[in-house]
Design a protein around this ligand. Structure first.
Ligand SMILES: [Zn+2]
Length: 338
């Protein structure tokens, strides 16, 4: 089997990397219907997160189960399944509390930019659909593995409720799906912060009512202008930089909440500013496993189409072009088809 391996900054190779096999009795091996490149893959691709050895890439996946270990009982070969980027047992106290990405036995799933994948803790991690879905639904189902579930968690963590004014910092796939999630949760006004016309257009399709192109303190001032000086009730932080985090906190009204899902890179918070802001913070790696059953239903019933974030489709062996296109912001998100 061949898959994407990162060797260093800007150096993704599609190469032979050995067939995945059942290692533990709780594993499953699946044939992937599609995979994709994540915004978070760009951190090591750009050398911001250095790697010390060639690393198989990809953590978003869906497809057909081929083989299961002898301890697996809830999924079987032939089923179409979707799982989270973190494998989880779904039985420990943290999983039962709905935080499967903090599972006491969590394992990062890697190497999904390939034709086949080993998934640990298959019973806890994978959710099967009743039937094998039609091919046109695969892109939307694939987003549930990470970006749609992460946008959903951002909105949940920001405590979005019907009638609220919500601001979204970040116009990548997660930010755009955060807009969609806020809309589904009943937000009345959704301010998307973006300076890219194609992303603004998709944000509006997903439910954004206002677009703010300014960033940093200017962006904060625009959100304040749009809310009569008050600030947004809920803000979704979907980037992970110092500037985006401060933009999110300062755009939030006293008593409001920030849901932060951008993986922080060099973010340092000032305790005194936080204290006097009266803003609630919640976030972290999204427990997308918790949202899978509900979001699968919404996709299969045609109520949502989060797969619209894929504006570039490539054959799997051209994965390196997917990284380039996303790095240069020519594409929002690249879909890879085997
Ligand atoms: Zn657990």
């Amino acid at each position: 089997m061949r898959g994407a391996v990162l060797y260093g900054p800007g150096d993704v190779r599609f190469e032979e990397c050995g067939d995945p096999k059942i290692v533990a009795p709780t594993d499953a091996v699946m044939r992937l219907s599609a995979s994709c490149v994540c915004g978070s893959d760009l951190w090591p691709y750009r050398g911001v997160n250095p790697i010390d050895q060639p690393t198989p890439m990809g953590h978003e996946y869906c497809g057909i189960v081929e083989e299961v270990g002898r301890a697996v009982t809830s999924v079987k070969p032939g089923q179409f399944v979707i799982g989270s980027f973190f494998a989880s047992d779904n039985t420990c106290p943290h999983c039962r509390a709905g935080y499967q990405t903090s599972c006491q036995h969590k394992e990062l799933v890697g190497g999904a930019q390939a034709s086949r994948l080993r998934v640990p803790l298959a019973d806890g991690t994978l959710v099967p659909t009743r039937d094998v879905p039609s091919d046109d639904l695969v892109p939307s189902l694939l987003t549930l593995s990470d970006v749609m579930g992460t946008g959903w968690f951002a909105a949940e963590a920001a405590n979005v409720k019907p009638g609220m004014t919500v601001a979204v910092v970040g116009d990548g796939a997660v930010g755009l799906l955060g807009v969609l999630s806020a809309k589904l949760m009943g937000a009345e006004r959704i301010i998307a912060m973006s300076r890219h016309p194609s992303r603004q257009k998709l944000a509006r399709e997903f439910g954004a009512t206002d677009i703010v192109t300014e960033r940093g303190d200017d962006g904060v001032a625009r959100v304040k202008d749009l809310t009569r000086g008050v600030g947004a009730d809920a803000v979704l932080e979907c980037v992970g930089t110092q500037e985006s985090m401060m933009q999110a906190i300062r755009s939030t009204r006293p008593g409001g909440s920030v849901g932060y899902v951008g993986v922080p890179h060099g973010v340092a918070l000032d305790g005194e500013e936080l204290f006097f802001s009266h803003v609630r913070l919640h976030g972290g790696p999204a427990p997308v496993r918790r949202f899978l059953p509900e979001l699968i239903d919404r996709v299969l019933s045609g109520k949502i189409n989060p797969g619209k974030v894929f504006d570039l489709t490539l054959p799997l062996d051209q994965v390196a072009e997917g990284y380039r296109a996303m790095d240069e912001r020519r594409a929002i998100k690249a879909l890879l088809r085997p």
